[in-house]
Design a protein around this ligand. Structure first.
Ligand code: PRP
Ligand code: URA
Length: 265
């Protein structure tokens, strides 16, 4: 990761207002390593490593790290038992959080080493808030908390009606000072997008202004629907899969994430 305080020379830019921030996608001819996504966060600017993006899905970031892809393949395998499935979801969540936090704004912090006083950096602002969508999102919480132990954890209770595929909500609790926080909404599956759209709407109603959605597998239908309702919400996934089937399941997918995680089928 390289910090970019100045716009690269000879760069062309696509600039998009997202909530309070500005997303600048810059392109530098003949220097593909200098293609950068620059996210200005509450007045601070930083860059994150260019990752797989596609013009058809401007809000989507696919985390194509080899370890993530390897573990995702094990997760998809129908023969993977519940215990291993749970461990894999946990590990992939950690790796995805590493990418999704790469542009958190920093501030100087004075620290005394055993030898002298120096100035380091620390993450700026209120503690990050993780919000798993029940049930399956719970499987991603610990893996992220391992990286960000001070994170607060809210909960959104939603299930998808089997016949209508519409989300039914039954629980909502987040920290009261939501306006000042960065939120990571967690759910392994983004299928029709109904649950994600409803969960983001609830967070915004509670005052949240900065929300990112972290999932493992996304369907094109869900990414489009979430972007249409909440264009300010970036989606991080391990895979953009092919399509939904007639029952709203992702293909090739990994099946019912909640059932596989908790062994309920
Ligand atoms: C699954 C999944 C998402 C939702 C995605 O949950 O964990 O929350 O479906 O589907 P959508 O994008 O079409 O809304 P489910 O409704 O099965 O609830 P559960 O985790 O309680 O089993
Ligand atoms: N929810 C899941 O758990 N899996 C899918 O494929 C779609 C929705």
């Amino acid at each position: 990761m390289r910090h970019h305080r100045q716009f690269p020379p000879r760069a062309t830019a696509f600039v998009q207002q997202i909530g309070q921030g500005v997303l600048v996608v810059s392109h530098v001819p003949r220097q593909t390593n200098d293609d950068r996504l620059v996210f200005f966060h509450a007045g601070e600017d930083s860059t994150f490593r260019a990752m797989h993006t596609t013009p058809d899905f401007p809000t989507l970031r696919v985390v194509d790290h080899p370890l993530v892809q390897h573990k995702l393949t094990l997760l998809r395998d129908r023969a993977t038992p519940t215990k291993i499935f749970k461990e894999l979801v946990d590990e992939i969540a950690t790796l995805m959080a590493y990418e999704a936090t790469a542009d958190l704004a920093l501030e100087p912090a004075v620290v005394e080493t055993p030898l002298e006083t120096t100035t380091g950096q620390r993450v700026m602002g209120k503690k990050l808030t993780l919000v798993p969508i029940l049930r399956a999102g719970l499987g991603m919480v610990e893996g992220i908390c391992r990286l960000v132990p001070s994170a607060r954890v809210g909960h959104v209770g939603l299930y998808r009606d089997h016949d209508t595929l519409k989300p039914v909500d039954y629980y909502f609790k987040v920290p009261s000072d939501a306006t000042e926080r960065d939120f990571f909404l967690l759910d392994p599956m983004l299928a029709t997008g109904g649950s994600a759209v409803a969960a983001v709407a609830s967070l915004k109603q509670a005052g949240a202004a900065r929300v990112r959605f972290l999932c493992l597998v996304a369907a094109p239908e869900g990414v489009r629907r979430l972007a249409a309702s909440h264009p300010d919400v970036l989606v991080f996934c391990a895979s953009l899969d092919r399509q939904l089937n007639e029952h709203g399941y992702i293909l090739p997918g990994l099946g019912d994430a909640g059932d596989r995680l908790f062994g309920t089928k």
